[in-house]
Design a protein around this ligand. Structure first.
Ligand code: ATP
Ligand code: MG
Length: 422
């Protein structure tokens, strides 16, 4: 029979790697809670319309990257979420969550984009996202930046740099668009096919083209930041002032426009040099118009999302926190009546805070000891007929040359805990 495989670009996260993910998720929950953010869990499938209307029809994600299909059972047009902001806003509107107070939420989970798989770019990837809704800029945007900086510190990531820009208001962008189209039209013969199409449909998107041949045209283009109204300029200046208070360095990058249509004013990306061309680990900005775009009332809002795969590629896997945790004890038994004590002891261990694997599947004493050794446990705990008659347990250290001892239950847990916690 043909051997079935996972879908290209979608990875299994195997047991010897998943510990790293769990440790990361634990850090995220504590970190989000420390800033007062609550968890929001939305479905992975949404109406296709949600993403078309929020991300924008003429964007890479909607044009080329979405997993969309009609449900053959009822004809609904559905899409596996390519990002989390649209769903979060949909949920906040649907449940009227900003009615009495602003919302600070976070989520984490898989996202789906049909991209060309390569290091740091997958078709199922994972994001942590943070969104604040019901709060106008700029202090809340700065809070999001501070959250990023705190997280990099917490994870021990170094040399992560911050680039910021302002996209202004929709009026600012309309004025800018005219100047941009004029410039691009004059250099039409240098544009690629995508860009020519976008010239009339969504010229701003040309600025985030990843085509290397387009980069010089893009660099010479007019800069949105020179088209800001006083109001948007103030928002941007205030944002940078609050970053300054928090001693966070940033570089203004006038070509940073982001790949989604819903942003206005503040946008930013966190980058590293260590991951080659997939160097953006986190990105976000303000999206005050998004709620109305998907049928809600106007809600000022902003947020950011980070790519978990890219961040985990940077964390120091030698640090204790991100290394695989083995059980404290591996319990083996052999002989008439020993199983009763073994099952009971295993449960008592767990209740007393000792993680314990109970050998299953039988086998000789020798083969059980082999399993104990390969489990990574610090101790084998043996219940044989002798132990049964003495009412004790034999505790055999597996990682040191220390001798085994036969002791009572309380002494056994003391031995195991002492070794673990020292
Ligand atoms: P890129 O420019 O690398 O394509 P993006 O601007 O499309 O990123 P966003 O939509 O802003 O990405 O998503 C936020 C973060 O999610 C990115 O900074 C990146 O870390 C991560 N990310 C996005 N797409 C992928 C992917 N296909 N595989 C892995 N991580 C991804
Ligand atoms: Mg992308």
């Amino acid at each position: 029979m043909e051997k079935l495989k996972a879908i290209r670009g979608m990875n299994d996260i195997l047991p010897d790697e998943s510990f790293k993910w769990e440790a990361f998720e634990h850090v995220i929950r504590e970190w989000a809670a420390s800033f007062g953010y609550k968890n929001l869990r939305t479905p992975i499938l949404e109406s296709t319309n949600l993403f078309v209307r929020s991300i924008g029809e003429v964007t890479d994600i909607v044009e080329k990257e979405m997993y969309s299909f009609s449900d053959r059972l009822n004809g609904e047009e559905l899409t596996l979420r390519p990002e989390g902001t649209a769903s979060a806003v949909r949920a906040v509107i649907e449940h009227n969550l900003t009615y009495s107070a602003p919302q600070r939420v976070y989520y984490m989970g898989p996202m789906f984009r049909h991209e060309r798989p390569q290091k740091g770019r997958y078709r199922q990837f994972h994001q942590v996202g943070v969104e604040s809704m019901g709060i106008p800029g700029s202090d809340i945007d700065a809070e999001h930046i501070l959250m990023g900086a705190s997280l990099w510190r917490e994870l021990g990531l170094e040399e992560i740099s911050l680039e910021v820009n302002s996209l202004g208001s929709s009026e600012d962008r309309a004025t800018f668009k005219e100047a941009l189209v004029e410039y691009l039209t004059a250099r039409r013969d240098e544009l690629d096919e995508d860009s020519i199409r976008r010239l009339t449909k969504n010229p701003l998107r040309i600025l985030d083209s990843k085509n290397p041949d387009m980069q010089s045209v893009i660099e010479g283009a007019p800069k949105l930041i020179n088209f800001l109204s006083d109001k948007s300029q103030k928002i941007f200046d205030e944002f940078k002032r609050v970053l300054d208070i928090n001693r966070i360095d940033c570089r203004v990058n006038p070509t940073l426009v982001r790949g989604l249509d819903y942003y206005n004013d503040i946008v930013y990306e966190w980058k590293t040099e260590k991951l080659g061309s997939q160097g953006t680990i986190c990105a976000g900005g303000r999206y005050d118009g998004l709620s109305e775009q998907i049928g809600g009332k106007a809600i000022p809002a902003c947020g950011f999302a980070m790519g978990i795969e890219r961040i985990l590629a940077l964390v120091d896997l030698n640090s204790r926190r991100f290394s695989v945790k083995s059980p404290d004890a591996y319990l083996i038994y052999s002989g008439q009546g020993t199983d009763v004590i073994a099952w009971e002891t295993a449960q008592r261990f767990r209740a007393d805070g000792i993680s314990c694997v109970l050998h299953c599947g039988g086998g000789s004493f020798k083969s059980q000891m082999k399993r104990a050794d390969s489990s990574g446990a610090n101790f084998a705990v043996i219940v044989g007929e002798e132990e049964l008659s003495q009412g004790g347990l034999t505790v055999k250290p597996l990682r040191t040359g220390d001798l085994q001892q036969t002791v009572k239950y309380d002494a056994a847990i003391a031995l195991i805990k002492d070794a673990r916690d020292s």
